[in-house]
Write a new protein. Structure first.
Length: 404
């Protein structure tokens, strides 16, 4: 399929769904009509759903090969892909499945988002993209920008994981480590002065890029192709774009008459912060919280967004807080099944393990967002050399509980 297969028609405000805008330019600063100085409302992409071709979700829907197979329900994919998507749905037993997003080209779910956001940058004729990130988002944005022939400027905080730093250097990104509270203001200046396209957030509460969550919808399409509609989906949450995207994908399947149901969506956040949990508890569209110490650096967000609130409320799901100890236990459980995930990625399984599954019924899916190799400190220490004598090898085997 080509970019002309896109059925995208415009942008619609989540603050008031009767407020709409043309598809171009992408409203990267949120809805200009419904947003306030305290709350920024995102916009989403709308489509000519009545023109979706028959067979889009047929037997070939689960074939690998990038997001092109879903082109009618995505913004125009002007950027070349890297074979993103088509990640495995791993059966963990007892009706629990793991959607392993670490199998994407840069080892995270962000590749689905950046295929769409870098396409937007090409669509508006930008010479480069700018992103505020110290992790998965930055590595992915740099990869897709390089593939598209665009420059990438990345505003990062100090202490990026070694694997992420390696990705960024390999792709030739311009990396500028700055204090965390300086990233968004500096990004606005780069956008205004250099005309670079922002592929991460610019607003007081999170709106992000309107095209980005559209890439995440494809996770729902793939789950549906393999499993149907699960009873619930558990998602690690920082700003909530992934949670919203998966939910929107399932609502589109229902709109197209392919299913009657939408799974309950559960957003899983570090107990050290939790802006989604706070917004739901307070009955607000978004919240800002203080964040305490946590090793889940990829989702330790102080600022939430309205997208996640919409997904949880309209699906009948919930916001779950998980401790570092619970995420570590879930990470270990997955490792014992041969799956090495980043600590933040284990938040979804930790959230599931912390509730009563009898209330859900049916199968559930946990989304794992990133590889364990993206963890802070991973690969920073050289491996210890063992004395190659049989006595020492046997001693270590016995210490590990291995007996002849």
């Amino acid at each position: 399929m080509s970019t002309s297969d896109s059925l995208a028609t415009g942008q619609r405000s989540l603050g008031d769904r009767d407020v709409s805008f043309p598809l171009w330019p992408p409203l990267t600063a949120g809805c200009p009509r419904t947003s306030t100085p305290e709350i920024a409302f995102p916009v989403e992409v709308d489509y000519a759903y009545d023109k979706v071709p028959d067979g889009l979700f047929g037997p070939s829907a689960s074939a690998r090969g990038g997001l092109e197979r879903w082109a009618p329900l995505l913004p125009p994919l002007t950027a070349l892909g890297l074979g993103e998507g088509g990640t495995p749905l791993v059966d963990l037993g007892d009706g629990v499945y793991l959607k392993d997003e670490s199998r994407n080209p840069t080892w995270s779910h962000k590749d689905r988002l950046n295929r769409c956001t870098v396409s937007a940058a090409l669509g508006v004729g930008a010479e480069g993209v700018v992103v505020a990130s110290s992790g998965n988002h930055g590595a992915s944005a740099a990869a897709f920008a390089a593939r598209a022939g665009l420059r990438c400027v990345l505003l990062a905080t100090a202490g990026a994981p070694p694997a992420v730093d390696t990705f960024l250097n390999a792709y030739g990104a311009v990396v500028l480590p700055v204090p965390g509270d300086a990233r968004w203001p500096l990004m606005r200046q780069i956008v205004d002065r250099y005309g670079y396209h922002p592929v991460s957030n610019l607003t007081v509460t999170h709106t992000g890029h309107p095209f980005g969550p559209e890439g995440y919808k494809t996770i729902a399409y793939e789950i549906f192709a393999e499993l149907g509609v699960p009873a619930a989906v558990f998602v690690p949450v920082g700003y909530g774009e992934l949670l919203f995207g998966v939910w929107k994908g399932f609502t589109e399947l229902r709109r197209l008459g392919l299913t009657r149901d939408v799974p309950r969506m559960y957003g899983c956040e570090p107990a050290a912060g939790g802006p989604l949990h706070a917004a739901l508890r307070q009955g607000r569209p978004a919240a800002t919280v203080s964040v305490g110490p946590t090793a889940a650096y990829a989702i330790d967000s102080s600022v939430g967004g309205y997208r996640a609130v919409v997904a949880v409320r309209e699906s009948g799901g919930g916001g779950l807080l998980v401790t570092d100890e619970e995420m570590t236990a879930a990470q270990t459980e997955l490792a014992h099944q041969g799956l090495w995930v980043e600590l933040s990625s284990a938040a979804s399984l930790a959230g599931l393990r912390g509730i009563d599954r009898e209330d859900l019924g049916g199968p559930v899916v946990c989304v794992s967002t990133s590889s364990g190799f993206k963890g802070q400190g991973v690969g920073a220490r050289p491996a210890e050399t063992v004395d190659p004598t049989w006595e020492e090898v046997e001693r270590r085997l016995r210490a590990a509980g291995i007996r002849a």
